[in-house]
Design a protein around this ligand. Structure first.
Ligand code: ACO
Length: 431
């Protein structure tokens, strides 16, 4: 519950301005500068929003110094261990853990929507076979608004609900179809008797000639990857979804915008980049060379999977992911996998190195997720689509929260202009 308690005082141009302050349920207080421009005729400047809260939210809380992540107050490690993805989806969407009938009803609603419109198959066929699955996902999720007109009215609470369920249900089908298309195999229709993670694995790995039996340990690891990526407060892609949604755009378009933002290597693309980096390192003896490159100011190289804007401690998701990596590789009999050995050694060295200690660069969630996905048989190009699939519920929960927020307005940042002052047009012949 947010309280308006004290105020901050700004002395500017000889005048005092009282700025109200708000106290969150946990975390640092915020100064409300919403009226600053009106009253003092100045803007604030904060590229990358490093000190700016862009909205009020009750969904996810991160304490970056402690390395703590809570979904609706529940620690991520407890959810990863004791819960499962669809229950976590319910929690994120509705604010509380479901009762047994509520969970049954929710799971039924999701599984009733797992198929995509048959006409969508033609849309997939329009893409080149070698298209990156993220490119296909941005296009196909955006195109959902052309297929599901009956759930695009953002002012209708029921339509918002249906579009949310549709996206959670169909994004795995879309991600699996993007994968199947890229490898020239037929699409596999969803099977509603399987749990969410097993169904996704089957849609990716089954072929008409041979049925795929999902292994419970792999399904559990997949489910954990979904859970660990489900939400992460106001990160770049979530803020993109909120900004797109603030104009009143339909939810499918907003989530497509989030997918586009997630694609970048500084965000969701990092797990692909991290595994590629581990392969490029290739052997334990080359690690020092890469550590030195990461520390060299003149070299743009960064250790992928290390560092985070908010976590200045171990990313709590990385701890769970590391355990999962051990389980999966043991099951598959590849626990001596060289890539895992390189990852562990890299982590050990980086955690002892002065540069990484001083800059508080710890492994993030992507450091181990790529190793698990690789062992399961996913190509690196599928890593970010799997992240997008997992994050869809977070984006939707945040979008719904924003739409229901009475103080919500169109997002419209200001700027610190440094371009030319007004000048007259010069005719071409006089330039
Ligand atoms: N390797 C080497 N040095 C690093 C790394 C890294 N991975 N990350 C940050 N640094 C250094 C920077 O060079 C900078 O040094 P300086 O102060 O001497 O200039 C300092 O640490 C701070 O870095 P910033 O880029 O200012 O920190 P920011 O909070 O903006 O960046 C980010 C966070 C983008 C995640 C960064 O750490 C990074 O690029 N990491 C690698 C990519 C990655 O793993 N991204 C996944 C993020 S998690 C996710 O999206 C799920």
């Amino acid at each position: 519950m947010v309280k308006t308690t004290k105020s901050a005082n700004l002395l500017f141009d000889g005048k005092n301005f009282d700025l109200p302050m708000k106290s969150p349920s946990i975390g640092p207080d915020v100064i409300d500068i919403g009226k600053l421009y009106n009253e003092a005729d100045i803007f604030t400047f904060d590229p990358g929003f490093t000190s700016t809260a862009s909205c009020e939210s009750s969904i996810t809380y991160i304490d970056g110094d402690k390395g703590e992540l809570l979904y609706r107050g529940y620690p991520i490690d407890q959810l990863a261990e004791k819960s499962h993805f669809l229950e976590v989806c319910y929690l994120l969407l509705y604010g509380e853990l479901p009762t047994s009938p509520q969970l049954n009803d929710f799971e039924n609603r999701v599984t009733m929507h797992t198929m995509v419109h048959e006409q969508m198959h033609n849309l997939f066929r329009g893409f080149r076979r070698d298209a990156h699955p993220m490119a296909i996902m941005v296009g196909v999720v955006g195109a959902m608004s052309a297929f599901y007109h009956d759930s695009t009215d953002i002012n209708d609470q029921m339509q918002r609900e249906i579009s949310s369920i549709r996206m959670i249900a169909k994004v795995p089908t879309i991600a699996a179809m993007a994968y199947k298309y890229s490898i020239g195999q037929p699409y596999v229709y969803p099977r509603n008797d399987l749990d969410y993670a097993s169904n996704f694995l089957r849609m990716c790995f089954s072929v008409p000639a041979q049925e795929y039996e999902p292994n419970p340990i792999l399904s559990r690891a997949m489910d954990r990857i979904f859970t660990l990526h489900a939400d992460h407060e106001q990160n770049a892609s979530t803020s993109t979804v909120r900004l797109a949604g603030s104009s009143g755009a339909n939810p499918f378009a907003c989530i497509a915008a989030g997918i586009a933002c997630l694609w970048g290597p500084a965000h969701g693309g990092a797990n692909q980049a991290c595994l590629e980096m581990l392969h490029e390192i290739g052997s334990l003896d080359r690690i020092p060379e890469y550590i030195n490159r990461a520390k060299d100011k003149d070299d743009p190289f960064r250790l992928m999977g290390f560092g985070h804007r908010v976590y200045k401690n171990f990313d709590p998701r990385a701890k769970v992911m590391k355990e999962s990596a051990d389980e999966v590789l043991e099951l598959l009999g590849i626990e001596n996998n060289e890539i895992l050995q390189i990852a562990k050694e890299l982590e050990r060295i980086a955690l002892e190195d002065e540069y990484f200690i001083e800059k508080k660069l710890y492994p993030n969630v992507d450091f181990y997720s790529g190793i698990i996905l690789d062992a399961m048989g996913f190509p690196t190009s599928m890593f970010t689509p799997i992240f997008a699939l997992s994050r869809t519920v977070g984006w939707i929960s945040q979008w719904k929260e924003m739409i229901a927020d009475p103080v919500q307005k169109i997002g419209r940042p200001r700027q610190l202009y440094s371009g030319p002052v007004e000048r007259d047009y010069i005719k071409l012949e006089n330039r």
